[in-house]
Design a protein around this ligand. Sequence first.
Ligand SMILES: Nc1ncnc2c1ncn2[C@@H]1O[C@H](COP(=O)(O)OP(=O)(O)O)[C@@H](O)[C@H]1O
Ligand SMILES: [Mg+2]
Length: 323
Amino acid sequence: MGQEVSDIQDLEGVGPVTAGKLRDAGFDSIGALAIAPVRELVEKASLETSVAVKVSRAARQTIQTDFITAKQLWERRQTLLKLTFGSNNLNKLLGGGLETQAITEFVGEFGAGKSQICMKLSITAQLSSKEGGLEGRVLFIDTEGTFAAQRVYQMAQAMGLEPEKLLDGIIYSRVYNSDHQILTVDHAFKICQEEKIKLLVVDSVLSHFRGEYIGRESLSERQQRLNSHLHKLLRIAQALNLAVVITNQVQANPQAFFGDPTRPAGGNILAHASTHRIMLKKASGGLRVAKVIDSPYLPESEAYFQITEKGIDDAAPKSRRED
Ligand SMILES: Nc1ncnc2c1ncn2[C@@H]1O[C@H](COP(=O)(O)OP(=O)(O)O)[C@@H](O)[C@H]1O
Ligand SMILES: [Mg+2]
């Protein structure tokens, strides 16, 4: 590492005015600057392009993000952590648990259990690593107003934990439109660093975007904003070794002749941004089935679970329970 630089104002080319503009736009640490695209420094912090390029380069050099060897990449993977779902079936499905340094997307129809999983993970994230947790706090970005503190309380109590202590470890943000959502994530790097966040939830990621951008003309603008939003989430996950969970709805798939008549909303942008995509479905007998539909290294398998007082629990489909 080079010289000790810890504040953005210590970077070459950053005086008090530039530092002020950067901080106002949410770029309040060298880490946040190093992972931001130059275009964002220009647009969001109103910097001249030449200044933005210089600042970005200085930040990257400070934390040396530009080139790493594949061995370093492998070593970084060794620091990856896995968070328990409190369900062996789901843990197994995800290769041991929910991964840090990645975006995991849960897709499913209304009532499939997406928010229940998010709330459950908000509890397990705070457990010790021995218990399968990440020993960190949670940032919960709620776009639909469906987060329920009383439900988290109930889950924690049923798990024999201290509900109030766990509720205290969840930083909650209700966002009311896509601009607000983008702004919240723009400022999330600092909060995540300061508050020792280990799980960042966006439940659900698309609803505001879908509601606000109606019609084909606005689709490309929507997808561009969504793309930059999702990449910011991924960069936070990687830079701070935390887990990001997003949820998404399904939409009708008119091209489906066989199989599933629905598909995840959000098109290719969302498909590419999510590291792992898990489809949730209601099954008979009140069970739920989770299926890996897209992942660079998880096999396409299924897991059964049910929603209970404790949040989520293992379950077996009827035919298997009888033998
Ligand atoms: N305390 C509970 N015990 C059992 N099931 C519950 C409990 N609370 C909610 N549920 C079930 O969770 C489901 C809603 O799941 P949710 O995660 O909100 O769906 P979505 O995928 O739309 O986010 C409902 O079917 C509801 O019955
Ligand atoms: Mg929900």
